[in-house]
Design a protein around this ligand. Structure first.
Ligand code: 13P
Length: 340
């Protein structure tokens, strides 16, 4: 294990002003995204769309530290034959890879899942390193609901995350550790806070048992928010304070950075929350973004599968990347959204 390289990559992923583009939608997930813009889910369309993002030069150079890819994309070539990985590297961003194989039903835990993908992972990581990946992602999913989450699901997911993270570091790949507490229910902010704290405590315990070196890892958590179906939605400052409170209780200062997922928040909420947290300041870790939907919804709408719209889509993507880049510095302002 090359700890120095791991630490350098982890620090670069969360460098202030930049964040991660999560473009690792599986074929099923990108299908859902393309359905909303009425684009056929073909390999060519997936390539054209992602090429458009990676060729958004300004956004990529100035505001994107790394890109999370899906297995298909890390092997794909742009229309002119350049490997997509090379486009990303040329912009100065670091290529990464999603290595989990999805959340699967967990026995005896109705409605809960455990993320699979450990079998053969050591060999896959070796191949991905050869293809240019310097970091990886594994997403565990925890749902809040009646009798959910169970400790069974929290423990199983935390143990899988820990084994994944150790395998990554052994392969000189920085693990992004992603335990996502879903915001889908009607629960309140306090419930999300309690569950997120429980999950993160268990995750860091299991990372310790697996001998993961925290300095060479990045955490990708949910923010502490009200459930989407709860009529009483917590405000920006409340979300920021609750999230910071939980992170301070659970995440060791040795972790270089935390890159949040957007998880179904609106584009502006995801930016405003990150900005508010960075304005609080005095934190031991960098706070950044690793957004999928909150970076891509706007460019997807603008593109709608038409080559004539590529420039407009790139503009929309660049704008969101810039806004989130400012939020990593605590320098975003709502007026900047209107101006655009
Ligand atoms: P969202 O920001 O859309 O939640 O996606 C981030 C991600 O990578 C989820 O695994």
């Amino acid at each position: 294990m090359n700890l120095e390289q791991l630490m350098k990559v982890a620090q670069n992923l969360v460098v202030p002003g930049k964040g991660l583009l999560a473009a690792d939608e599986s074929s099923g997930t990108i299908q859902k995204r393309f359905d909303t813009i009425k684009v056929e889910n073909t390999e060519e369309n997936r390539r054209d769309y992602r090429e458009l993002l990676f060729r958004s030069t300004e956004a990529m150079k100035q505001h994107v530290s790394g890109v999370i890819l899906f297995d298909e994309t890390i092997r794909q070539k742009a229309k002119d034959g350049t490997p997509l990985v090379k486009l990303i590297e040329a912009s100065g961003a670091i290529p990464g890879i999603k290595v989990d194989k999805g959340a699967k039903p967990l026995p005896f835990c109705p409605g809960e899942t455990v993320t699979e993908g450990l079998d053969g992972l050591a060999d896959r990581l070796k191949e991905y390193y050869g293809l240019g990946a310097r970091f990886a992602k594994w997403r565990a999913v925890i749902d809040i609901g009646e009798r959910k989450p169970s400790y069974t699901s929290i423990l199983a997911n935390a143990q899988a995350l820990a084994r994944y993270a150790a395998l990554c570091q052994q392969a000189d790949i920085v693990p992004i550790v992603e335990p996502e507490v879903l915001m889908d229910g009607d629960h309140d902010l306090a419930t999300c806070e309690r569950v997120t704290e429980w999950v993160l405590k268990e995750v860091y315990q299991q990372l310790y048992y697996a001998q993961v070196v925290l300095e060479g890892s990045v955490l990708k958590p949910n923010m502490v928010v009200s459930g989407k179906k709860n009529p009483k939605q917590a405000g920006v400052q409340e979300v920021a304070e609750a999230t910071i409170r939980v992170l301070k209780r659970c995440v060791p200062a040795a972790v270089p950075g935390i890159a949040f997922l957007s998880g179904g928040q609106s584009d502006i909420d995801a930016t405003a929350h990150l900005d508010a947290m960075n304005r609080i300041g005095g934190l031991p870790w960098k706070l950044s973004f690793s957004y999928g939907r909150a970076l891509q919804a706007a460019p997807q709408q603008a593109w709608a599968g038409k080559s004539a719209n590529v420039a407009a889509a790139q503009k929309a993507f660049s704008h969101r990347a810039k806004m989130n880049g400012l939020a990593t510095l605590g320098q975003w302002k709502k007026d900047l959204e209107k101006a655009a």
